[in-house]
Design a protein around this ligand. Structure first.
Ligand code: HEM
Length: 459
């Protein structure tokens, strides 16, 4: 391949090491990633104190490993997660603790293993095939709202795999409610990080409550209708309704099912939609690499739709997605809190201190990555798990988290995205449009602030 200048997408401007109350709150509300200071990109640990509340920032892979992998029981999820997610996801897998989490994870994991998911690839490619076909038929290149297209397609994928009969639930309403819930959520995150009461009036307060009720009601109606109908369906919802814990024989109650299905819908499409959006943005900026991937797709799949065996052979495509998720991690900021006093290097954190794990900064940390701002696909080529060299450590590259609470849907997401890129490149190419903006903003996931528009043309 001819040498071209490396693609360096615009990066977030780091925040201040000593933000005042208003600086901190306004950054948290407008974009929590703006709170992460420069030191997080070059130091192992940091801290900031606002209104007497200390927040630790841990970037060092060894310490992150200590928190997430070696001693997860000493670093539970935070009161922020409780306030943000529990009202809507109840005791679903993302929010559950202790033994409740353990048995639910044990129950769910087999349905998300790479071996089981292989048979779902044909369902995963349908919405992307339809998109590619529509764009291809338009012939003339056109400006497309990629964010909306990816959100709709990933929603379609999760609904096809969870529920074969998609008329069972109104996905438009559900999708809108999720969006309404996420839009004002930074207020809850900002206030709760400083342990200020969540009843303090803030924009979007009523919208949040309405959206939460709408989401839970839509899924509760579905579960009730399924229980009444007695039809056995071959989908993940059907599997979960029949699933029994191997150790205890326990099954999921209706309430558990609502929690679990909502968790899978919410966690399973927003993240993937954003990862797809940023991946397409990176492709649009690198036409030569885009052609290299298209060639690989042609060599592996010919003209037919990819199946699971093909996905496993699409090495360049997979590496491209991984490098895109390094620069644009869909979950850019994770958090845990200390259960007891902890000493990390020169820092002492009292019991109850919130620790930010800034995945965005970890993926660009000077001690782990050479030329961290450059897009270099070779970091992930010819390495099956993680990345090459030092970056191969599970806490240096961690778009899906790490340890026992690592994303249960990581294989689902990787299969879906690899197959989706392949299907799209069989029919269309992406390029920058005059309206393309690169302004990532943190709203639980890393989204383009004003959406992403790209030019799409038929091959
Ligand atoms: C690119 C796509 C995705 C990314 C980047 C992603 C990222 C993550 C991360 C970072 C976590 C860990 C959170 C923490 O430890 O605090 C997580 C957990 C989780 N994810 Fe994903 N995710 C993706 C796709 C999916 C999909 C497709 C599903 C399901 C269909 C899913 C379901 C879940 C669930 C249920 C959890 C909670 C796991 C537990 O606590 O045991 N995710 N995800």
């Amino acid at each position: 391949m001819e040498e071209v200048n490396a693609f360096v997408p615009p990066a977030k401007v780091p925040g201040s090491d000593k933000p005042g109350v208003f600086g901190f709150l306004s950054a948290m509300i407008s974009d929590p990633l703006r709170v992460i200071p420069q030191s997080a990109y070059c130091e192992p640990v940091g801290a900031m104190t606002v209104l007497g509340e200390t927040v630790g920032i841990v970037s060092d892979p060894g310490l992150v490993e200590e928190i997430l992998v070696r001693r997860p029981q000493d670093f539970p999820k935070t009161h922020i997660d409780e306030l943000v997610f529990r009202p809507v996801l109840g005791d679903g897998l993302l929010t559950a603790h202790g033994d409740t989490w353990k048995w639910k994870r044990r129950l769910l994991a087999p349905y998300f293993s790479p071996a089981t998911l292989g048979s779902r690839v044909p369902d995963m490619v349908v919405p992307f095939e339809k998109l590619a076909q529509d764009w291809h038929e338009a012939r003339n290149s056109k400006d497309v709202d990629i964010t909306s297209a990816m959100t709709a397609a990933t929603f379609d994928v999760i609904s096809r795999t969870l529920f074969t009969n998609q008329d069972e639930i109104d996905f438009q309403t559900l999708s809108r409610a999720i969006d309404d819930y996420l839009r004002p959520i930074s207020w809850v995150v900002g206030l709760s990080t400083l342990r200020l009461p969540s009843w303090i009036p803030h924009p979007g307060m009523f919208q949040l409550r309405k959206a939460r009720i709408a989401m839970r009601q839509a899924v509760a109606d579905l579960v009730a209708a399924r229980r009444r109908s007695k039809t056995i369906r071959d989908d993940i919802c059907g599997d979960l309704m029949r699933a029994q814990d191997a150790d205890t024989g326990r099954i999921l109650s209706d309430e558990d099912l609502v929690d679990m299905l909502l968790t899978l819908i919410a966690a399973g499409h927003e993240t993937t939609a954003n990862a797809m959006t940023w991946t397409l943005f990176c492709l649009a900026n690198q036409p030569q690499l885009q052609e290299r991937l298209a060639r690989e797709v042609h060599e592996v799949c010919g003209g037919r739709l990819p199946v699971a065996e093909d996905v496993a052979r699409l090495n360049w495509t997979e590496a491209f997605i991984k490098e895109s998720m390094r620069l644009f991690p869909p979950a850019p900021l994770m958090a845990r809190q200390t259960l007891k006093d902890e000493a990390f290097g020169a820092y002492h954190f009292k019991a109850g201190t919130v620790l930010f794990i800034p995945v965005y900064a970890i993926h660009r940390h000077e001690s782990s990555w050479e030329a961290p701002g450059e897009f270099r696909i070779e970091r992930f080529l010819n390495v099956k798990n993680g990345a090459a060299g030092k970056a191969g450590s599970r806490t240096v590259y961690m778009p899906f988290g790490a340890g026992p609470r690592i994303c249960v849907g990581w294989a689902f997401a990787m299969m879906e995205m690899t197959a989706a890129i392949a299907v799209l490149l069989q029919k269309v190419r992406f390029s920058m449009s005059t309206e393309t903006e690169c302004d990532p903003i943190h709203r639980v996931t890393l989204r383009p602030r004003n959406g992403m528009r790209l030019n799409v043309s038929a091959t």
